[in-house]
Design a protein around this ligand. Sequence first.
Ligand SMILES: *Cc1c(COP(=O)(O)O)cnc(C)c1O
Length: 423
Amino acid sequence: MAVTFSGHVSAGLGPEEIGDEEIAAVTAVLKSKNLFRFFKSREESYVARLEDLFAEKAGAAHVLAVNSGTSALISGLVGIGVSQGDEVLVPAYTYIATAAAVLALGAFPVVVEIDGSLTMDPVDAERKITPRTKAIVPVHMRGVPCNMEAIVDLARRRRLKVLEDCAQANGGSYRGTALGLLGDAGAYSFQHFKIITSGEGGLLVTNRKEIHDRAAIYHDSAYTFWMEKNIEGELSDPEEIARWKQACFLGENYRQSEVHGAIGYEQLKKRDAILARTRAIKKKLRAACEALPGITPEATHDAEGDCGISLALFTESEERTKEVATILKAEGIRCGTRFSRHVPDRHLFYHWDYIMEKRTLHRNGFPWTGGARPCQMEYSKEMCPQTLDWMSRGIFFSIGHLMSDRYLDEVCRGIEKVGKALS
Ligand SMILES: *Cc1c(COP(=O)(O)O)cnc(C)c1O
């Protein structure tokens, strides 16, 4: 049963479903008076149960819960071996955290154009590869799967690693494989505005043990200590303990608390029912929009694996897009345009100020300058014209699972009416 909290900000989806289950799970954690994930069996720890349930649903060999999507990205980059001075390809349209995670390790984000699905364009990705390129971070923006066949093929040919940013695509898949498992690893976010949430939280998924192990070490500066002391003896074999100690390097603290694990676990159980609804809504909305003259819906690389939480339409020009959006809104249809030169939206490279200006906290200019491998790139607002073109011509719909059939029918009728007026 959904509980309504007055005054909360919600993107719909998971937050709207916070109810008795989450409350009971958090209460159980508080009553246990132990909010720390370790020193428990995997059955007793909500964080471990979240990892196990996610692994089962995704078919992943290894899942590591962390405290944010950003820390999942950083741990994942450590996992795949990114280090100082490496270049990492990121799309021009993604939340700034994708690029910031690369910089946090002293590596450099190389900004790649998007295609008509508003995800990374594999053709431009190939163009931007240099001898310093180490990895590709495709981002499944707005729940839409990237062209993973082309990206994985490119990575294989050029011997690059792939870390998928799945922050906005929890529950999505590509040709039947869960997102995050097509490349080497995938990072998920459970922040409040994602499909499901624990307020703040993240997960790293991978099928490769060495990636998981490196990420696990980095996510906790004392990881092997807790593992060794864990009552279930996750590391009971002395040889295994010795191996871990040998492998260990410095880490930070990206651990997830039991309170967050409890909420995330209960939300995960609700995820697929939410997505069944959003997917059905998107199919209907898209079909209605296909009849609009002079308007092209977003390209899709996998309609079945799409999470269904958004839809973008394109007209032939920025001006026309503004006009059509105004006409749609006049019919009571909730939609909007995204690109503005003046409104600083951190989802677009154009507004990534501190990257454009190569700002840093380090006195010697590290990582841009002052390191062993200084940055070879120049960034500018003009560097990804294809991305600005797509974004400026886009009309965007957000889809929530609570959209009623009645409202959806009204929207479809409104779109039909607009279609007649436009033709
Ligand atoms: C939200 C988001 C992140 C960062 O996740 P946090 O949990 O907020 O750290 C990274 N990438 C994308 C595409 C996102 O939408």
